[in-house]
Design a protein around this ligand. Structure first.
Ligand code: KIV
Ligand code: ZN
Length: 502
């Protein structure tokens, strides 16, 4: 049945198991947008919804079937005619439709959920598959709570539903109960004890209640399963489902497993953000593959290692998941190597500054802050400006008169080309007057494209931090300044930017 015996089929259920999560509901338009991105990602199957559950879900499956043509579109049902009729109707426009029907297989479900017995449930399972088969060729059967089901009974059920026409048999660890070895053994047991098993694909569908969903799925495919059911960001009921991005990157990282798939991993990060935003479900910072910190290094030893060779502390190239590069986060634990890396990235060269001095000031700042951002480094370097741009511009004196009647007027003494020059100018505010006075001295005007003033902490005696983007003749540079005087901070930022043109 399978052309490539090692081909893993990726079944995405973000829009069904993922969307069941409270607060994650999506409109049909949003679902289509995600489904189109899943199609670009290269998933084999999209579980589009549970049509009987609501008119909205029905509509979404219907519309998605029209909008997405490459992957199989799958609709979930319980093992009854009403659900199956509804799913078949919702799938009527699908190019490659699949009905996903099933019933509980554990004694727990059989007894408490259905108040029934094994024989009756097996009969219902077979009937449901036969009925679904009267609508579409491709039928997936799920044996709910298979993780806790008796293996002998499960094997009997799987054999019967394949006999009835199931093309895929899904063995869900619905409650995330199994250990990887146990789950793998279950799959192997089915492979070895179901006589028609080669007529269907075994699918793994693992929940993450014990944090084992991904490990269990991998164990399942190592033991013979060839379809993995998963969601973007691992979103799903309770603790979630197997995370698609984890499966894909495990398969990519461990070539020795020798499995193939058709996912283009470079879209993973973007799709993760899209799902997180649309479902209003933040991705935890330390989430594998797509978390904010997945490629961020903060300890000095790790930063030094990564800067020497990325592979010292990274087993995945961030570009493979669509992240430009790993991040070296500056904290009080960072060393000179990391600081210098950022200085260079921001356009400062080691010859122009004394790294030891900057590093000391960096540590003082970092001790009071959790994380040092680019702004903070540039702020540190803004402090350097007056000392280091000796051949450029430096403000020697600044006096501004403000008031209600006699409009703002600034007097500036600027060291320009090695000599001090003075100018006075009026403006519509003190900063405007200061900029005009500076421009008089240098004989040229620049465009200020961005201008931000931030208080560092609080209080009227606070230090203000200014950043500005200044442009001229197609070039633009950012300048930074700080002072307890916001006019002086602005002037410093402006001069810092102009010196970069020099
Ligand atoms: O977890 C589960 O058992 C399910 C089935 C409905 C496939 O989501
Ligand atoms: Zn599930």
């Amino acid at each position: 049945m399978l052309h490539d015996p090692n081909r893993i089929y990726i079944f995405d259920t973000t829009l069904r198991d993922g969307e069941q999560v409270p607060g994650c509901q999506l409109s049909t338009v949003e679902k289509i947008e995600i489904a189109k991105s899943l199609e670009i990602l290269g998933v084999d199957v999209i579980e589009a919804g549970f049509p009987i559950s609501s008119p909205g879900d029905f509509q979404s499956v219907l519309e998605l079937s029209k909008a997405v043509r490459e992957p199989i579109i799958c609709a979930l049902t319980r093992a009854n005619k009403g659900d199956i009729d509804c799913a078949a109707e919702a799938l009527k426009f699908a190019k490659r439709p699949r009905i996903h029907t099933g019933i509980g297989a554990s004694d727990n479900h059989i007894k408490y959920k259905f108040n029934s017995n094994r024989e009756a449930i097996l009969e219902r399972a077979v009937e449901a598959v036969k009925y679904a088969k009267s609508f579409v060729e491709d039928i997936e059967f799920y044996a709910e709570d298979a993780g806790r089901a008796d293996n002998e009974y499960l094997a009997k059920m799987v054999e019967a539903v394949i006999e009835a026409g199931a093309t895929v048999v899904n063995i869900p660890d619905t409650n995330g109960y199994c250990l990887p070895e146990q789950y793998g053994e279950k799959i192997r047991f089915l492979k070895e004890n179901v006589k028609n098993i080669d007529q269907a694909i075994i699918s793994v569908h693992c929940h993450n209640d014990l944090g084992l969903a991904t490990a269990n799925s991998i164990s399942g495919i190592q033991n013979g399963a060839r379809q993995v059911e998963c969601t973007i960001n691992g979103i799903g009921e309770r603790a979630g489902n197997t995370a698609l991005e984890e499966i894909v990157m495990i398969l990519k990282t461990h070539h020795s497993l020798n499995f193939t798939h058709k996912i283009n991993s470079k879209h993973l990060f973007e799709l993760s953000g899209m799902v997180s935003r649309m479902m209003r479900m933040p991705v935890q910072a330390n989430k594998a593959i797509v978390g904010k910190n997945a490629f961020a290094h903060s300890s000095g030893i790790h930063q030094d290692g990564v800067l020497k060779n990325r592979e010292t502390y990274e087993i995945i190239n961030p570009e493979d998941v669509g992240i430009n590069q790993s991040e070296i986060i500056l904290t009080a634990r960072s060393g000179r190597h990391a600081l210098n890396h950022h200085l260079e990235r921001l356009g400062y060269t080691i010859e122009r500054i004394d790294l030891d001095q900057v590093y000391e000031r960096f540590l003082t700042l970092a001790d009071g802050k959790k994380e040092i951002k680019d702004d903070d480094i540039l702020f540190l370097m803004g402090h350097e400006t007056e000392n280091n741009y000796k051949n450029g511009l430096a403000i020697k004196a600044l006096k501004v008169v403000c008031g209600d009647h006699d409009g703002p007027e600034a007097t500036v003494i600027l060291n320009y080309k090695g000599k001090d020059s003075e100018a006075r100018a009026k403006g519509n505010g003190p900063v405007d007057a200061t900029i005009k006075a500076i421009e008089q001295i240098i004989g040229k005007s620049f465009n200020i494209k961005e201008f931000n003033i931030h208080a560092m902490h609080s209080g009227s005696d606070d230090v203000s931090k200014v950043d500005m983007r200044v442009s001229s003749e197609g070039k633009s540079y950012k300048g930074y300044g700080f002072s307890t005087d916001i006019v002086r901070a602005s002037a410093n930022a402006y001069i810092d930017a102009l010196n970069k043109f020099v």
